[in-house]
Design a protein around this ligand. Structure first.
Ligand code: SF4
Ligand code: SF4
Length: 417
């Protein structure tokens, strides 16, 4: 029998109450039972029970999930919906070869550091051509250029974070050592966020170590059902990270933090379970770390700004970190934090979700943009580089002048000189 049948008990926990309908971003747009956790669980149960084949409609229902985890966080029965969906995707990959092209690209580019470097160099070239072409009639031949949604990709800088910061950044009388885990988006797309992270962590009194050979955390592979390659990437990370002396492992990408903390110990049960558990215990989101492990909040000199805050799904629903970025942002800005409606509702990014389903992810993002614009403030801050990219894209498409920032960019402005 398939691995999916191992999740029968999890699926059976669903009592069909429908509470997930209120929080599910895909249901909010599609208003269709197969676009919500309850419907997806029912379909997967039918497949495991042999009543439903791996049809195209089933495949769509499973791959149209944004994997935001809002359903799991609010589920009265505690159904781990994202884990069941990941298992269903792995089943579809094994038996139906689903999403072949994107999986091929993910396998080739995310399996190790060398492949990652090569992939982002190629992406930089592709991005350089994409922008000018998107402004010509040839735009209709480009991917992600729909009538209503014309995607803006950020420029990929020539120098990634690994070429901008030293392996160790020390401070006098350090209170301890932090290993900063950048993740692909910060390393290759927004290295300035990584530079800010080092400054902020040093300012909080910690030496910062950066493992330049850091590979991808592997989450996109897991989300695409590539469980085998994910396991091998997890092993590489565990081997690299357990060789570094550090009190904490801190990331400014909630997807990386969640993957290192929760997925590695689950998937590496045989090969490296002790090391994965030791790493998991040290992992913190950077906002969580700054508020609970340091006196950073007392070292802030509030900057002249008024902002609103968007909760990244993997941080709020996955790690339960909501108040920490808010407290820090409130202290870091003179105008303070203005709450938007539905701050913890998904922005539609969802990693590979926005590449597979850009039109649906764009509609989800438009709801977020309306909520941002309704606050009347000029800046939205979030704690995830992926959300920042996606919200920035949607804001630009809406014609709004509001700008998206990462929390670290605000903290960097508010460091006392
Ligand atoms: S909230 Fe949980 S138990 Fe209720 S329908 Fe959704 S997944 Fe099932
Ligand atoms: S993970 Fe998010 S998108 Fe998927 S079913 Fe749950 S709430 Fe809906």
């Amino acid at each position: 029998m398939s691995n999916l049948t191992n999740y029968s008990d999890e699926i059976f926990k669903c009592i069909r109450c429908g509470a997930c309908r209120a929080v599910c971003p895909t249901f909010g747009e599609e208003l269709d039972e197969i676009a919500v956790a309850r419907g997806r669980m029912a379909l997967i149960e039918a497949v495991t029970g042999g009543e439903l084949a791996l049809t195209d409609a089933f495949e769509k229902a499973v791959f149209d999930c944004a994997m935001c985890g809002a359903c799991k966080a609010g589920c009265p029965s505690g159904v781990d919906v994202p884990a069941v969906i990941e298992a269903a995707r792995a089943e579809l990959v094994e038996k139906k070869r689903s999403e072949g092209l994107i999986r091929f690209l993910a396998r080739k580019s995310l399996r190790d550091k060398k492949s990652l470097d090569r992939a982002f160099s190629l992406m930089a070239l592709g991005r350089a051509a994409y922008g000018p072409l998107a402004a010509t009639p040839l735009a209709k031949y480009l991917p992600y250029q729909y009538e209503d949604f014309k995607r803006n990709f950020p420029k990929i800088p020539r120098k990634p974070l690994s070429k901008r910061i030293p392996p160790v950044s020390r401070v006098r009388n350090a209170k301890g050592t932090v290993l900063f885990y950048a993740g692909c988006v910060i390393n290759y797309v927004y290295p300035e966020i990584g530079v800010a992270a080092v400054k902020v962590l040093n300012h909080a009194g910690y030496d910062v170590v950066f493992a330049k050979e850091e590979p991808c955390c592997g989450k996109p592979l897991l989300s695409l059902g590539e469980t085998g390659v994910f396991r091998s990437v997890a092993e590489k990370n565990v081997s690299l990270l357990s060789g570094v002396e550090a009190d904490f492992i801190v990331s400014a990408c909630p997807t990386c933090s969640l993957t290192l903390r929760d997925d590695y110990p689950t998937i590496l049960t045989e090969t490296a379970s002790d090391k994965a558990a030791a790493i998991s215990a040290k992992v913190r989101d950077i906002n969580e770390f700054l508020l609970h492990e340091t006196d950073f909040i007392a070292r802030l000199d509030a900057a002249e700004m008024i902002i609103t805050y968007h909760d990244p799904c993997h941080l709020a629903h996955g790690m339960g970190v909501k108040k920490e970025p808010r407290e820090l942002l409130d202290a870091a800005t003179l105008g303070g934090l203005v709450e938007m409606r539905e701050a913890s509702r998904c922005c539609g990014f969802g990693g590979s979700f926005s590449f597979l389903n850009y039109e649906l992810s764009g509609r989800i993002a438009n709801r977020k943009v309306r909520n941002i614009i309704n606050t009347g403030v000029p800046a939205v801050v979030t704690a995830c580089p992926g959300c920042m990219m996606h919200i920035g894209d949607a804001l630009r498409q809406s014609g709004s002048d509001a700008v998206a920032f990462h929390t670290l960019q605000i903290f960097e402005k508010a460091i006392k000189r």
